[in-house]
Structure formats: structure tokens, C-alpha cells
Design a protein around this ligand. Structure first.
Ligand code: UDP
Ligand code: MG
Length: 327
């Protein structure tokens, strides 16, 4: 009998915990020859997600939780799930049922066909703001142009099943600023895509703001490509070339026609333009420097406050936690 761990990052999803478990187990219970276990990652939720998880775990022995000491982000949640998992296969899934559980049997089929990974891909962006879709498309275009090792697929989501071998490969990339979309591609392996229609979130709200998406895009690009740095070099070279030509032209003009009328506008525009380019370039270099800085600190990606995996939880501690939740 093969084991499958379903990793579910949860941040403020208290209304969804039980619904998710009910809907998903309806599907997984029908799959023979595999035993499922659910690893919920409570990513420092501010509502009572943790209490709901503790309750769920007391009712169902296949429900496990890992609760973080604060919010570390979905990337850290997924990483923790993969770290804690010891199953033959791992499924990563959102708690909000936007990742249809109906795909799980097809994922298992894909694994049986010999694939290392079966990943879901949205075929549309129904219910999403147009401007967001637009920027998202541009992001894929840019990142795919800038990277040569990876090819990100439009609409690919984190919802996927992976073999133990692939999970170990994903974990071997131990960078603390994780961009999983890129990491899943970078490690390679044989992958099958499962297209599905976008499902709108019915309960709770999305945790993404436009600002956080923008930051995510920048982090994704800097994590997998040094093209922006090369672009800065290119800029510098190009501007020097123009300046050189300009100097020659002015020199020749001066020699032939004498001193020209002082070009106030030309000087000012050149200074401002160059100032802008220099600031921009320092910014680009700074982005990378920032990443190096954080990476060298080598801090843990997440801190666990409480978990029932391996049933380490003593009675005393669980009592304390239950009262904590009621505060
Ligand atoms: N999530 C998380 N930590 C965070 C933000 C989100 O674990 O800091 C979880 C969230 O609970 C959900 C999943 O990541 O299960 C996807 O989040 P969301 O639905 O907000 O993203 P969207 O579907 O809009 O891309
Ligand atoms: Mg969602």
C-alpha cells in the first residue's frame, strides 16, 4: 500500500478546514491501494484555524497539523509540509477548494502511468480582475525570456502530486527565498499537465494584494535569472557609446564652427536622464544584494510552534494551546 500526504497551507481559513476535509476525503476514500494523510500547515493564522485543526485531528486520525509561530507565507508552508512528509507521494493543495479535489484520482493515474509529477493548470482566469490577468501574462512572458533553464507555464498552479524522488529534489534546493513555481520546473522530472477550469473562491478571501503579487514577480525573476544585471551592463555600455559619439560630434562642430551656444536643456536632460539610469541600476544591483544578504543569514524557513505529527504533543501542552485559542 502506497502512502500519499496531502499538504494544505492554511492562513485564516477557519471556516474552510472542515469543509475542505469533508470534500476532499469524499474523493480520496474512493481511491483504492493508497492511504492518505492530511498535513495542514497553520501559517500563523489570526483567526481560530488552529483550534479547528486541533478539533479535526481529534475526530480523524489521518488529519495532522503543523502550526507556525507566526505567518511565514505560503512558500514556507509548502516547504514545511514537504519536510514533515515521509510519504511515497505528496500532493500540495490550497485549502480554499479552488483546487478541485476531483483531480486527485487523475493525478494518481498519472503517477501509475509512470510520471514523477502530475500538475494542474488553469485553462482560464474566470473571476479574476482583467488588469491582474494582464500583468500575470506579462510576467510569464518576461520571466521566460529572462531564464533559459526553466520554462514557466501559463496558468500552472502549485496543485500537484509529486513522487518522493522529486520531493527530495525540491527539498535539496534549500534557498530561504523560495519561488516554488520556478523550483518545480528547475528540478525537471517527467511531468504531466492536467487542465482544469478556474474555480472561484466561495468562502474567505484571497490573501494576495496587488503589491504582494508585484513583489512575488520581482522575487521570481531575481531568483532564477541574472538577466536584469546584464541589462544594467548593457544600459551602461549603450549610454557610454552615445556619449562618446556626442563628444566627437561636438568636438568636430566646435573645431569647424567655433564654440556653439551653450545648451542648457541638453545638459539638464542628460544629467537627469543619467541620474535616473544610475538610480535604476543601483536598484537592480540592490535587489540581488538584498537576496544575497538574506540568504547568507541562513535563517530557518519556518518555526513550528505546535504539531501533532508523531504525536509529540503532551496533554499539558495541548491543554495550554486550547485555552490559548479562546483568548
Ligand atoms: N496561504 C498561506 N499563507 C499565506 C497566504 C496564503 O498558507 O501567507 C494559503 C491560503 O490559506 C490558501 C493558499 O495559501 O490555502 C492560497 O491562498 P489564496 O487562496 O489566498 O491565493 P489565491 O488562490 O488567490 O492565489
Ligand atoms: Mg485561493
Amino acid at each position: 500500500m502506497h502512502t500519499i500526504d496531502v499538504i494544505v497551507p492554511c492562513y485564516n481559513e477557519s471556516e474552510l478546514v472542515h469543509v475542505f476535509y469533508r470534500e476532499t476525503t469524499k474523493i480520496t476514500n474512493k481511491i483504492k491501494n493508497y492511504s492518505f494523510r492530511f498535513l495542514f500547515i497553520d501559517d500563523g493564522s489570526k483567526d481560530d484555524t488552529l483550534q479547528q485543526l486541533i478539533k479535526l485531528a481529534s475526530e480523524h486520525s489521518d488529519a495532522k497539523y503543523i502550526s507556525f509561530s507566526r505567518n511565514f507565507g505560503k512558500e514556507a508552508g509548502m516547504y514545511a509540509g514537504l519536510k514533515y512528509s515521509n510519504a511515497d507521494y505528496v500532493i500540495i493543495m490550497d485549502a480554499d477548494l479552488q483546487h478541485p479535489p476531483e483531480l486527485i484520482p487523475k493525478m494518481v493515474e498519472g503517477i501509475e502511468e509512470g510520471y514523477d509529477c502530475v500538475a494542474a493548470r488553469r485553462t482560464d482566469r474566470k473571476g479574476e480582475a482583467r488588469i491582474r490577468s494582464f500583468f500575470s501574462r506579462q510576467f510569464y512572458k518576461i520571466i521566460n525570456k529572462m531564464t533559459d533553464k526553466i520554462e514557466l507555464v501559463q496558468g500552472a498552479v502549485d496543485y500537484r502530486i509529486m513522487s518522493r524522488q522529486m520531493v527530495d529534489a525540491v527539498l535539496s534546493l534549500s534557498e530561504s527565498q523560495r519561488f516554488s513555481k520556478g523550483i518545480f520546473e528547475w528540478v525537471g522530472f517527467h511531468k504531466k499537465w492536467l487542465p482544469y477550469e478556474n474555480v472561484e473562491r466561495t468562502i474567505g478571501t484571497t490573501k494576495w494584494s496587488f503589491k504582494s503579487l508585484f513583489k512575488y514577480a520581482i522575487d521570481g525573476i531575481t531568483a532564477f535569472s541574472v538577466a536584469p544585471l546584464r541589462m544594467v551592463t548593457g544600459f551602461g555600455f549603450f549610454i557610454s557609446l552615445i556619449a562618446f559619439i556626442y563628444i566627437i560630434v561636438t568636438l568636430v562642430q566646435t573645431l569647424i564652427f567655433g564654440i556653439a551656444v551653450p545648451g542648457y536643456v541638453t545638459t539638464l536632460s542628460a544629467v537627469l536622464f543619467l541620474g535616473g539610469i544610475i538610480e535604476f541600476s543601483i536598484g537592480v544591483v540592490g535587489e540581488y544584494l538584498g537576496h544575497i544578504y538574506i540568504e547568507t543569514k541562513n535563517r530557518p524557513l519556518f518555526i513550528t510552534r505546535l504539531t501533532n505529527i508523531n504525536d509529540e504533543l503532551s496533554d499539558e501542552k495541548s491543554e495550554r494551546i486550547e485555552s490559548y485559542g479562546k483568548l
